[in-house]
Write a protein that binds this ligand. Structure first.
Ligand SMILES: [Zn+2]
Length: 661
């Protein structure tokens, strides 16, 4: 063989190997980016027809993928709905509908399945309600190499965005920082945005631009942050090559059917959600699917699009055939059967009835104490209940609903098993729970119809938010009205006491807090507030007794330990006071008042050198406190450090003068 031909042959061989290598590279499963947009209504996104122009970045992505015009959540609450999205199972199977229940280890779970297949897995979430270390989402970290949460309940005076929640911009910062460090593919990246959840409070310039509709402003802000995420994905070559799915966990109600926010009802405003799926290389760009589907189908669809097997225990079906078939052929592969939704929240919050719903053909049927039937083809807003005039259809759908539940449920833990401590922690996250209304939810007869009482739920929702924001005054009349309807709701009594304490009406707070404790003796929060009210009315022994009872229930509260010490201090129990102050400082070394008062107590025991470091620390923490400089002057004087004593005395005098000009 002449040398030239041999060389050519060699070159051909080499390029063939190169092509083979390339093929192997392409055979690698694609990366997956799952984006969950909390509380986002279907009618707010451009890709489903909104003319508001809030979501240009999402709309651009949607043009590259398949859009679902009728996707429905199975439960209108954050944690349970995310459980359905990530496990491909219904709430009656995974039991996450009962808030505070841990995600069972035997449930199929998208991150774990993908990690087993060699994916690097990471979660970046925007809220404490999806923090596996909080009471709301235990078990969610399974299968994730990285789970970026780390939230904590808000302390007095603290901003919500540095404690219990993270704005979209911050979530994207964290996700991009992680993405920049990844050299290995494929990856599974889950990013969750909490911004549209109330309170609606977008940052500037969205705050000003959308001052008339701050909820829309939150969505526009979230979309702008998504634009940065997408740019980051483009920069590392993932925007085109990855499978990208965007879905909302539930919608939001603005007074339709009387509901505000979400969780109590099962109408379209909170159940109809945006969903889009972009396949690698925009393989199904421009597809629109009008068949009704449920979020239980999301995980199976993603797995099959990634070439992975769908576990038999997943209850949803892959929508990939529906996405890939063209035009009329879609009909042949459209999923059969109705779409199921449920909420236990009216029961777990108030002891009212749970609700179940079925969307079947043109009908929406709701199993409630007074059942509801709507023909959505002629009545899309579900305003004319046909259940009485069309009993035959209602009976048929009720039978279908019962059958469906029977087929799809599995035995498991129930809400009744949740400890009062967990219930209290869930309350701190904004979920109202059963331990707080004093009724026994499990096994008791069905409670009243939530549609008769929704006004009370709205009022409580607003009042809880006001108290949480330390706006006590507006909460008081709201809680008064709530308590007229549900006088035996422990939580409402407790929050009324808290609000009255907040405006220094301590003696009025006491009976509400006593009642809250009577209804829920396990509550640490109510005892804390009652202890504070007794203290403010100088009933120190009663105050100390409540704080003592609260300590075992809220063992990590620095404030609680401080107030217990303060009560002892006022009773002359100096040794006990010293011990409690030290406990407060063990939990939080930067607690100003605990440093100040421990220094003072030690000084009173003539332990001046012991007192000095605490007072110095207190002065550093709050340099404008007159007390701390006065105490320091006294201690320096006793220690014979006269220069220091004079300096502190002068500072105390100066601060005293500027405080009282
Ligand atoms: Zn949510």
């Amino acid at each position: 063989m002449p040398i030239v031909r041999r060389l050519l042959w060699l070159l051909l061989l080499l390029s063939f190997q190169a092509i083979q290598l390339l093929a192997v590279e392409n055979e690698k499963p694609p990366s997956l980016i799952l984006i969950t947009i909390d509380t986002t209504r279907a009618d707010r996104v451009g890709f489903l027809g909104s003319k508001l122009g809030l979501t240009p970045n999402l709309d651009a992505l949607a043009e590259q993928g398949a859009v679902f015009s009728r996707a429905y959540a199975h439960v209108p609450l954050t944690t349970p709905s995310h459980a359905t999205i990530l496990t491909g199972t219904y709430p009656q199977f995974n039991h996450l509908g009962s808030l505070g229940t841990a995600l069972a280890k035997d449930l199929p779970y998208l991150p774990q399945i993908l990690r087993t297949r060699g994916y690097t897995t990471a979660a970046f979430v925007g809220s404490q309600v999806l923090d596996p270390k909080s009471a709301a989402a235990p078990g969610f970290s399974r299968g994730f190499d990285i789970y970026d949460a780390g939230f904590h309940s808000r302390n007095e005076g603290e901003d919500r965005y540095s404690s219990e929640e993270r704005r979209a911009g911050k979530v994207v910062d964290h996700a991009l920082a992680w993405l920049g460090k990844q050299t290995k593919r494929p990856i599974f990246l889950w990013v969750h945005f909490y911004d549209p959840h109330d309170p609606y409070d977008p940052p500037e310039p969205f705050k000003s631009k959308y001052s008339a509709s701050p909820y829309d402003g939150e969505i526009a802000y979230m979309d702008s942050a998504l634009g940065r995420l997408f740019a980051g994905l483009k920069a590392v070559g993932l925007y085109d090559s990855a499978l990208i799915a965007v879905v909302a966990d539930h919608g939001e109600a603005f007074g339709e059917h009387g509901e505000e926010s979400h969780g109590y009802f099962l109408y379209d405003e909170t159940i109809h959600v945006p969903l889009m799926i972009k396949l690698p290389s925009a393989r199904v760009a421009g597809e629109k699917i009008d068949a009704p589907i449920g979020l239980v189908d999301v995980a199976p669809t993603l797995l099959s699009a990634l070439g992975a097997e769908i576990p038999a225990s997943m209850q949803g079906k892959s929508l990939l055939p529906l996405i890939e078939k063209k035009g009329a052929e879609k009909k042949d592969v459209a999923p059969e059967g109705p779409i199921y939704s449920e909420t236990d929240y009216p029961e777990s919050a108030f002891g009212w009835s749970w609700l179940r719903a079925l969307r079947s053909g043109k009908y929406l049927y709701i199993d409630a104490p007074r059942r509801e039937l709507y023909d959505l083809s002629s009545d899309p807003k579900a305003s004319h209940n046909l259940a009485e005039s069309n009993r035959g259809v209602a009976d048929t759908l009720q039978a279908q609903l019962d059958q469906f539940r029977q087929k799809t449920s599995r035995q498991g833990s129930a809400q009744a098993n949740i400890s009062p401590q967990v219930a209290e922690k869930l309350q701190a996250l904004g979920y109202v729970t059963s331990a707080s209304h004093g009724s026994n939810a499990a096994g008791s007869k069905r409670g009243p119809d939530p549609k008769d009482l929704i006004e009370t739920a709205n009022l409580l929702h607003h009042a809880l938010q006001s108290v949480d924001e330390e706006h006590y005054r507006p909460a008081i009349p709201q809680l008064e009205r709530v308590l007229k309807v549900v006088p035996n709701m422990a939580l409402a009594n407790q929050e009324m006491g808290r609000a009255l304490n907040g405006v220094e009406r301590y003696s009025e707070a006491i009976p509400y807090l006593q009642k809250a404790i009577e209804l829920n003796p396990q509550s640490g929060r109510a005892r804390f507030e009652l202890g504070a009210a007794y203290g403010a009315t100088e009933n120190w022994p009663a105050s100390a007794a409540q704080f003592e009872a609260a300590v075992s229930r809220l063992p990590d509260s620095d404030d609680l330990r401080f107030f217990l010490g303060f009560a002892y201090d006022n009773m002359g129990r100096t040794t006990d006071a010293e011990k409690a102050y030290r406990e407060a400082l063990r939990i939080n070394p930067n607690h100003f008042k605990a440093n100040l008062m421990l220094g003072r107590v030690l000084g009173m025991q003539n332990n001046f050198s012991g007192a000095l470091p605490y007072l110095q620390k207190a002065a550093k923490l709050q340099p404008t406190s007159t007390d701390v400089h006065q105490f320091l002057a006294n201690v320096y004087q006793e220690l014979g450090q006269m220069d220091n004593a004079r300096r502190e005395q002068a500072e105390a005098a100066r601060l005293g003068r500027s405080a009282h000009p």
